[in-house]
Design a protein around this ligand. Structure first.
Ligand SMILES: NC(=O)c1ccc[n+]([C@@H]2O[C@H](COP(=O)([O-])OP(=O)(O)OC[C@H]3O[C@@H](n4cnc5c(N)ncnc54)[C@H](O)[C@@H]3O)[C@@H](O)[C@H]2O)c1
Length: 424
């Protein structure tokens, strides 16, 4: 049953659980909206008996989400959505103290990563919760026997939503999915302020570079890119943006950044961060031009934004320079550094997003699951936005938790905004 402690899962060391518990409790302090939802879930049990498989970055914030779902009555299992982002102590605590089977080990190889996804699918989920769509893709390609059990799903991030929309378009998606990423209370805050701060945090923890005066190249000026560029500028870096979208490039220019093609930026940059969700943003032609000592990292999805196979081919030697820093010696003697094996640097070398932004993302996750259980029968096999009422409620609760009040429309103002003939 959902709340019975089960010591199953695959974690690094259950002895780490006590540290994980303190970490989860610390994050919980910064997650007041999720706390409120958890209190209501405990009382109302809206997820009673529902099997949920959650493929997420196994961090202290995710720990609080999993506990909230469990306390709402769900039978939850968790697996990693990224081989490098697991906090082993959190995974241990979820298994040992909360009886939530968790399959995640930081640094797991590809085979273990997919074995963990398979284990989460063996749970026969009725709700899938994904971050990057690996769980859903595996289910829909290799475990089609399980599709009949699935009621609906949620997706946390931009790249996952893109993959799922492509599936919906060609008719491969077999059940409705809510794109949590598209909620305003998710991407406006999580992607911008969360990725912005934690990406810089990851770079600094890995390298201890002085940001002031660095030529800092940000590839992609989406929500994540804006956040990274804004924070790098705040620390005194000289930020250069690369883009393919004229609108976003224009926005970057008007926000005060230099914009140029990567072929030019490659020569100038001291540090490069990719946040595009696209592949081969930094490739052979760029590695050829980079300065000796250039540092590259990725904070978009997967490890494909930097063409690592090309880098391996072009270099004559490779060695670890520091934790999370690999030094590649190019054939002409230049050294180029790759952080976190090209995977999300904010999760590999730092702790991912601060709990305060994950509060809103995971409030969206929890309320979306509740909504889907009530409404999935009326939904098509499509990707849906988070209902506006949920988005607004989360913003309201977050403001309240910060002690901030906002104005309300007066009846006169409401009438003015609703009419087309006033104010002429
Ligand atoms: N690190 C994290 O914790 C974290 C958090 C949220 C999202 N993400 C990931 O970050 C990526 C970006 O997310 P977002 O919300 O900013 O997406 P977004 O769609 O708002 O922005 C991506 C931007 O990259 C640009 N782009 C695409 N191809 C490019 C190219 N070849 N060169 C330059 N720019 C290019 C697009 O025009 C767009 O403006 C996604 O993969 C998402 O899954 C990571």
């Amino acid at each position: 049953m959902s709340t019975a402690p089960k010591l199953s899962g695959d974690v690094k060391d259950l002895g780490l659980a006590e540290r994980g518990k303190r970490k989860i409790e610390w994050a919980n302090q910064q997650m007041p909206v999720l706390q409120l939802i958890r209190k209501r879930f405990i009382k109302e049990q809206p997820l009673k008996g529902v099997r949920v498989s959650a493929c997420l970055h196994v961090t202290s914030e995710t720990g609080n989400l999993a506990i909230t779902l469990r306390d709402g009555g769900a039978d939850v299992v968790v697996c990693a959505s990224n081989p490098l982002s697991t906090q082993d102590e959190v995974a241990a605590c979820l298994v040992k103290d909360y009886g939530i089977p968790t399959y995640a080990i930081k640094g797991e190889d590809n085979a273990t990563y997919y074995a963990h996804i398979a284990a989460a699918l063996d749970h026969k989920p009725q709700i899938t919760m994904d971050d990057g769509a690996d769980l859903v893709t595996t289910l829909l390609t290799k475990r089609t026997d399980l599709v009949g059990d699935v009621i609906a799903g949620t997706e946390e991030t931009t790249t996952g939503v893109i993959r799922l929309r492509a599936m919906a378009k060609d008719g491969t998606l077999r059940y409705p999915i809510i794109a949590v990423n598209d909620a305003m209370t998710k991407h406006l805050f999580d992607n911008r302020y969360g990725t912005g701060q934690s990406t810089i945090d990851g770079i600094l923890r890995a390298t201890n570079l002085l940001m002031a005066g660095l030529k800092f190249v940000v590839a992609g000026y989406g929500w994540c890119g804006r956040g990274v560029a804004m924070r790098a500028k705040g620390l005194g870096a000289d930020v250069i943006v690369t883009e393919i979208s004229p609108v976003r490039a224009l926005e970057a220019v008007m926000d005060g950044f230099r914009v140029m093609p990567m072929s030019e930026a490659a020569r100038l940059g001291d540090v490069f961060v990719t946040v595009t969700g696209n592949k081969s943003i930094l490739a052979a032609e760029h590695f050829e031009k980079m300065k000796d000592g250039a540092v590259m990292c990725n904070s978009g999805h997967f490890n494909v934004e930097i063409d690592i196979p090309a880098l391996e081919k072009m270099s004559s030697a490779k060695r670890p320079a520091r934790p999370f820093v690999d030094e590649y010696v190019m054939k002409d003697g230049r050294k180029i550094y790759l952080l976190g094996e090209g995977r999300l640097i904010n999760l590999a070398a730092a702790e991912g997003h601060p709990a305060s932004v994950m509060d809103m993302s995971f409030a969206n996750q929890s309320l979306s699951v509740e909504y889907l259980l009530k409404n999935a029968a009326q939904l098509e096999k499509q990707v849906y936005p988070v209902p506006d009422a949920i988005d607004r409620q989360i913003a309201k609760l977050k403001l309240e938790s910060m002690g901030i009040q906002v104005d309300k429309l007066t009846p006169e103002q409401e009438q003015y905004l609703a009419s087309w003939d006033e104010g002429t």
